[in-house]
Design a protein around this ligand. Structure first.
Ligand code: ZN
Length: 285
């Protein structure tokens, strides 16, 4: 089943929307137009709230996309191919096809995203404060400034596979020269942060009674924990498979059977009893 929709390409990188993105797109627009702007800027008419809400949501997702493009373009500069960028319910992800060649490359690719978010935070905040800016523009710009700042800070949490975790892995990798070891520790820290999120979520539900927010925090923790585990497994797998040729693991001994052998005998006497799946059919040697 196709779960993502291609919406275009930037620098040859396919940009996709995962089906789960539509859920968050609706949720964010609805929250902005129905709750956030009416609370912070009372007195506008309904149509304006929805226009400003939609405008803010579009720029928010553009900000997420630019963050991922930051990683991707740096990856391409480091000669690491990028398969695609996908926006999904928890944000965006750039599918980088392999590990970078060096800790330096890893660091530059990891830090590029948060740097873009910081830059956007600055640009939106400044634009929002321009003298004479209409409030219907200044309010969403100020909001986007804050959101990009949060995006940069959140991504810099030092647990793999968050950007900050990749920075941590690059540092550990540089120190030990061992990518697997660095990934192990960076993903352990990542899982630690994931559990903190889950605990925070439980706390939100039990102590403050905000069920939806708490559930959301728990989901983020659960997602981060899975991502940390999976990324470490991937590194292990890649390491286990690298440098091994097909001929190293092929079956070397194939029984020979005669070309006259009847198939029922082959099945009964060789395949079912012997468990072998490979036979050479030989005729007169
Ligand atoms: Zn990032």
């Amino acid at each position: 089943m196709r779960t993502s929709i291609l919406i275009g390409k930037i620098k040859g990188i396919p940009i996709q929307l995962h089906i789960s993105w539509f859920l968050i797109a609706i949720l964010i627009t609805w929250t902005l137009a129905g709750a956030y702007f009416p609370a912070t800027n009372p007195g506008w008419n309904q149509a304006l709230y929805w226009m400003v809400g939609a405008f803010t949501a579009v720029l928010f997702f553009a900000s997420v996309l630019l963050h991922e493009l930051g990683h991707s373009i740096m990856a391409l500069r480091e000669k690491v191919p990028v398969k695609n960028i996908t926006l999904f319910v928890f944000g965006g992800v750039a599918q980088i096809s392999r590990e970078p060649d060096s800790p330096g490359a890893e660091f530059r690719i990891a830090i590029a995203g948060p740097l873009i978010s910081l830059l956007l935070a600055g640009v939106f905040t400044l634009l929002g404060r321009l003298p004479g800016m209409a409030i219907a523009l200044a309010a969403p710009l100020a909001y986007l400034g804050t959101v990009n700042l949060i995006l940069a800070a959140f991504n810099l949490i030092p647990g793999f596979p968050m950007d900050g975790g990749r920075v941590l892995r690059a540092a550990l990798w540089k120190r030990s020269g061992d990518l697997r070891h660095a990934t192990l520790w960076a993903s352990r820290v990542g899982r630690g942060f994931a559990f903190i999120f889950i605990l925070l979520g439980l706390g939100q539900i039990l102590l403050t009674g905000s069920f939806i927010n708490g559930l959301w925090t728990i989901f983020i923790g659960w997602f981060l924990n899975n991502a940390a585990q999976n990324s470490y497994q991937q590194v292990l797998m890649r390491e286990a498979l690298s440098g091994i040729k097909a001929s190293n693991i092929m079956l070397q001994q194939c029984q020979t059977v005669s070309g006259d052998l009847m198939l029922d005998r082959l099945v009964n006497d060789y395949i079912l009893t012997g468990g072998q799946r490979c036979f050479l059919v030989a005729d007169q040697g």
